[in-house]
Every structure is written in C-alpha cells, then in structure tokens.
Design a protein around this ligand. Sequence first.
Ligand code: DAT
Ligand code: MG
Length: 168
Amino acid sequence: MICFFLSLFSQVFQSGWTGVNERTFIAIKPDAVQRKLVGEIVQRFERKGFKLVALKLVQASEDLRMDHYWDLRNKPFFSGLIHYMRSGPVVAMVWQGLNVVKTARTMLGETNPAESLPGTIRGDYCVDVGRNVIHGSDSVPSAQKEISLWFKPHELQLWERNSTPWIY
Ligand code: DAT
Ligand code: MG
C-alpha cells in the first residue's frame, strides 16, 4: 500500500515525466482502425513492456487536428493530412516507460513506409506516406504538448502494474 502511494506521488509530482515515468502520445490513425490493426498495434506496446496510461476512440475535431499538426501548416500535404485525420475515428493513447518516446519512434519506423524496415509498424502494415497508420511524438516536449491536447488530466490513469518489477 505504501509503495502504491509512493508510486502515485512520484507520478503526479515528478517534474518532466522522466526515466521510467516518461510518457509518449501514440495515435492509431483512421486507416489502421478501418483495417482492424488496433489490437495488433496495442499488443506491440504491451509486449514491449510499456505501461498503458490512457486510451480512447475519438473523432478528432478540426481544432484538435489543426493544433496537433500546426508545425506542418505550410507543407503542401497539410490539407490532405488534416482530411485524412478526419476520415474516421482514431485511437488516442498514452504509453509510459523508460525512453518510451524514442523507442516508440523506432517501433513505428520511418515517416515514409517505403523507408521503414520490416518489423516496424509502418514497415509491416503500410505502403503510402499518406496512409502511414500511426502517429508517435517525436520528443519529450512534443509528447507533453500532445498529451495535453488530446487528454484531460483526469483521463490519465494512475495505476500500479504488477509486472513492473519483472520489466525493471
Ligand atoms: P511523423 O508522423 O513520422 O512524425 P511528420 O511529423 O514529418 O512525420 O509528418 C506528419 C505526417 O504527415 C506523417 O505521418 C504523414 C504526413 N506526411 C509527412 N510527409 C509527407 C509527405 N511528403 N507527403 C504526404 N504526407 C506526408
Ligand atoms: Mg511528427
């Protein structure tokens, strides 16, 4: 019980969500939901040893889509990207663990599936950069920004995972 409260305390009050408390934002895009890849993708993060902190199926509003991809607003593919992200619900998730931001990006593969190695999610499940099935934050600051865009604080679950001592 004491360990549980200490863990909650450190999760709530530790600044920067570093170390084993690092968090990333992952979104399973509308094409992957349509193609029934949700279970497969969630399983990869679970089996890796990351901890699921939040998950919801959401039809992203225009404001949310624009805010999420605001840095890319001047790219020629921006309107197509915003349209694609409106084409159906996405599975928004927060995963937590040691180096989760960088490791998740490795698990995703490259932005262009043609450059993604087999064994990565984009390498295994897609062929077109405009239908690349998954989003993952590219840095810890981006992750913090994206998590706060997609989730309210009470949607992030503070829970003790029994398998943690077998992972760290
Ligand atoms: P990533 O999703 O790997 O972080 P990004 O942030 O550079 O890549 O771009 C966001 C999304 O925009 C990407 O997942 C797919 C789309 N995109 C990027 N480059 C593109 C291009 N050249 N043509 C079409 N869509 C592109
Ligand atoms: Mg990006």
